[in-house]
Design a protein around this ligand. Structure first.
Ligand code: NAD
Ligand code: UGA
Length: 474
């Protein structure tokens, strides 16, 4: 039997959407382990330490309860990276790996600068033997870069504290909005590596609450690649169903009926077949583009083209929705008030990265629309950052387009020509359509890109309705 190292102290580099919730769950499940989550961003750490749990930097159902129970007991948030690394038996690297914006591979390759800078700190401050775990999503072969960087460190013979490292890959599969549940009951845990002792040590952490048959051990490269491919497959399903949503609108077929019919085939399965306004989030597009870059790098141009088409369909879906709205509103939205309901890229998260709402909002602003934006979790500051203009500021010199934020949905729809539902928040499912109709300018339009409202109730109240994958319903 392989003996493992007893883990007493964990450090996580990166207190973001992955680092924060993942470490909270580990701290919750492993009372005897001291978990330090560190970040270079002081503001983020301040928010994690805020007494007001509404101010946590990440909104996830179930997260605040764990933070309340574990913070400053065995879960700590700090900017003292040096101290946290020195004390750690195992270090999780959960920093961001965004798409490169400049230089070689710009627009496709993942930018590994944050991974590199964190690994350099690990090399500098670690003491004794340290297990380093890639939690961030990285291109296949990144573990080699990490090993090379760590091996380049001088061995501290002076104090007899020679440094050694084992590098593992253990990508994260949580989805935002269900992060705590995903972490507590994952479909699988992946551990890629060569050092059996290190693998066993990591397994021992996960196996406190995850059945061992769900823990899959592979080589490093399979583990790294599986994460990218996993996201690519999920995104591919969304692009596939979104492409069919347009065909449904042309033919009279209904997308929900088609999704159900194909999903009932066990070989296909029912999940991830919900048509929508295009996938958002910080990862699907980034990870597919990283996969495309890898394929091109290895000369697999046809494979690269195949995967890139998943992103092309995603862009097309957003564009066609913007076009359709303008066309429907008599070919102009200039100075028309449009209520945009939902700004996060999916329900139950405050994350807006790559949200379809951003792209559709910008298209409408360029066309001069006056947007009133509502979202139960996203604040106006975040909207401003994403849209690049202040509230009530004109989009550009040639456009009257501007936006404002409304906390009260019924205020947002007052005098609006149209409502667009872009995020599937539960709050939008059962609205008072009669009241809404009475508040809007006529003809009063609703564009439901998530198929969540009661179409009968909206139509009965007098609204004109377009639903994604069904088309114009009256
Ligand atoms: P994030 O941007 O929310 O958080 C990353 C954090 O790392 C930031 O707070 C940043 O300040 C910090 N950071 C950067 N460099 C650092 C350094 N040298 N030392 C310490 N902290 C540093 O990103 P995220 O959404 O948590 O994603 C992190 C990684 O996990 C990415 O590779 C992503 O692809 C992957 N991932 C994300 C999700 C998700 O749902 N968001 C799910 C699975 C995997
Ligand atoms: C996704 C994956 O689901 C996670 O397994 C993965 O860990 C994560 O990316 C990551 O690597 O970051 P996430 O982006 O948080 O998680 O959320 P999803 O539930 O996958 O939704 C992504 C987008 O697809 C959202 O905009 C959502 O509205 C859209 N979607 C999802 C659909 O349009 N239809 C569906 O059927 C499912």
């Amino acid at each position: 039997m392989v003996k493992s190292k007893k883990i007493k102290n964990i450090c996580c580099l990166g207190a973001g959407y992955v680092g924060g919730p993942t470490m909270a769950v580990i701290a919750d499940k492993c009372e005897d382990i001291h978990v330090n989550v560190v970040d270079i961003c002081e503001k983020r750490i301040e928010s994690w330490n805020n007494d007001n749990l509404d101010k946590l930097p990440v909104y996830e159902p179930g997260l605040r309860e764990i933070i309340l129970k574990k913070r400053n007991i065995n879960l700590f948030f700090s900017t003292n990276i040096k101290e946290a690394i020195s004390a750690a038996d195992i270090i999780f690297v959960a920093v961001n790996t965004p798409t490169k914006l400049d230089g070689f591979g710009a627009g496709y390759a993942s930018d590994l600068k944050y991974v590199e800078s964190s690994i350099r700190k690990v090399a500098q401050y670690s003491v004794g033997h340290t297990i380093v775990v890639e939690k961030s999503t990285v291109p296949v072969k990144t573990a080699k870069i990490i090993k090379d960087l760590l091996n380049a460190v001088e061995v501290r013979n002076d104090s007899n504290l020679s440094k050694t490292f084992s590098v593992l890959s253990s990508p994260e599969f949580l989805a935002e909005g269900s992060a705590i549940n995903d972490l507590e009951n994952p479909d699988r845990i992946l551990i890629g590596g060569e050092d059996e002792l290190a693998i066993e040590s990591l397994k021992n952490i996960y196996s406190r609450w995850i059945p061992t048959e769900k823990i899959l051990v592979t080589n490093l490269w399979s583990s790294e690649l599986s994460k990218l491919v996993s996201n690519a497959f999920l995104a591919q399903r969304i692009s596939s169903i979104n492409s069919i949503s347009a065909l449904c609108e042309k033919t009279g077929a209904k997308i929900n009926q088609v999704s159900k019919s194909i999903g009932l085939d066990n070989r296909v399965g029912s999940k991830f077949l919900k048509a929508g306004p295009a996938f958002g989030g910080s990862c699907f597009q980034k990870d597919i583009l990283s996969l495309v870059y890898l394929c091109k790098y290895y000369g697999l141009n046809d494979v690269a083209e195949y995967w890139e088409s998943v992103v092309s369909i995603n862009n097309w879906q957003r564009n066609r929705i913007s076009n359709l709205i303008v066309e429907t509103l008599f070919n102009t939205v200039s100075s028309k008030k449009i209520a945009l309901l939902g700004f996060s890229y999916k329900a139950n998260t405050n994350d807006t990265r790559e949200s379809a709402s951003i792209f559709i909002a910008k298209d409408l602003l360029k066309n001069g629309a006056v947007l009133s934006i509502h979202d139960p979790q996203v604040n106006p500051k975040q909207i401003k950052n994403e849209l690049g203009i202040e509230e009530n500021e004109n989009y550009n010199e040639n456009s009257e387009g501007c936006w404002s934020y409304f906390q009260n949905l019924y205020e947002a729809v007052k005098n609006a020509d149209a409502i667009i539902i872009l995020t599937e928040w539960e709050d939008y499912e059962n609205l008072d359509w009669q009241l809404i109709y009475s508040l809007m300018r006529k003809p009063a339009w609703i564009f439901d890109t998530r198929s969540i409202i009661s179409s009968k109730a909206a139509i009965k109240a007098g609204l004109k309705l377009w639903e994604l994958g069904k088309g114009y319903l009256n």
